[in-house]
Design a protein around this ligand. Structure first.
Ligand SMILES: C[S@@+](CC[C@H](N)C(=O)[O-])C[C@H]1O[C@@H](n2cnc3c(N)ncnc32)[C@H](O)[C@@H]1O
Length: 263
């Protein structure tokens, strides 16, 4: 599936620079806009997706819709945490300031932002994403998002994004490299059409989590491995997540494999 990169009709120099960088990162073609419509560019270049850089922002136009980086639900979740409310993911992960968190399925980055906010400046969140277009847009967004909230902005900036398969990344790092390893794979039975993921439906990786990957995650984690899934998913039992945490009425839950009791 081919993705090309272009700009708006009258790009400023910074957008041009970003477009060149994006094409290089994706090892894809940069195509001059030349007053053409996106549809014409797609047809001429036999492309399925186009990334358009405008006002220094990257937007992916796919046949399923338009995606651009936004911290989305991480904003109200962080606000709630600041007010002392609990967050099921943070509770399941048991994130503390200074923790190193490996998010194996970065996606749009919302969960990673919340984990980064809680692990704080002494902590470290690494996000792994298989799809290069998503990794690129989220990496650029995390580093360049304008927010008046210093804590949100620095939580985003601290996240390290790696475009890789978690199956590979996990096997290459030493045991106990991270405190917490987290998975949020595409649900086996999609709960509903998530509006934010919808434009990416054609390019995200949908494969189920394997017992081998969970075993590697247990090796790499110092404290726990956590997986998000539908509340009634059979994935928890299949993959050995014996403890499941979630709100009574919440459609999603978090499976936990604990490595050692915390002191
Ligand atoms: C449901 S989304 C994660 C959403 C994310 N937790 C958030 O807050 O936005 C799952 C993501 O994991 C990625 N993914 C699936 N399998 C992967 C793998 N083997 N290695 C790396 N990323 C993978 C998908 O491409 C997708 O972007």
């Amino acid at each position: 599936m081919q993705t090309i990169v272009t700009t708006s009709h009258k790009p400023d120099p910074r957008s041009m620079e970003i477009a060149m960088w994006a094409a290089e990162q994706l090892k894809s073609e940069f195509v001059e806009r030349r007053r053409m419509s996106l549809n014409d560019l797609k047809i001429i270049n036999n492309a399925e997706n186009i990334i358009v850089v405008a006002n220094s922002e990257l937007k992916l136009y796919s046949s399923h819709g338009i995606y651009f980086f936004h911290p989305s639900m991480s904003v109200p979740r962080i606000k709630a945490i600041k007010q002392g409310k609990s967050d099921h993911m943070i509770e399941a992960m048991s994130v503390h300031p200074g923790d190193r968190v490996l998010d194996c399925t970065l996606g749009l980055g919302s969960d990673a932002i919340v984990a980064s906010f809680v692990s704080g400046p002494e902590g470290q969140v690494t996000g792994i994403e298989a799809t290069s277009e998503i990794a690129l847009i989220v990496k650029h967004g995390l580093g360049n998002y304008n927010s008046e909230s210093h804590s949100l902005k620095s939580a985003m900036e601290r996240i390290q994004v790696k475009c890789a398969l978690y199956e590979h990344y996990l096997t290459e790092i030493p045991e106990r490299s991270y405190d917490i390893v987290y998975f949020d794979p595409m649900f086996r039975q999609p709960r509903m059409r998530s509006s934010s993921m919808e434009p990416l439906r054609g390019i995200v990786k949908h494969d189920p989590l394997s017992p081998e990957a969970v075993k590697e995650a247990v090796r790499v984690a110092r404290k726990r491995v956590v997986m998000k899934e539908n509340s009634f998913s059979k994935e928890f039992a299949r993959l050995g997540f014996s403890k499941v945490i979630g709100g009574r009425y919440s459609p999603v839950a978090f499976g936990v494999i604990e490595k050692e009791a915390e002191i």
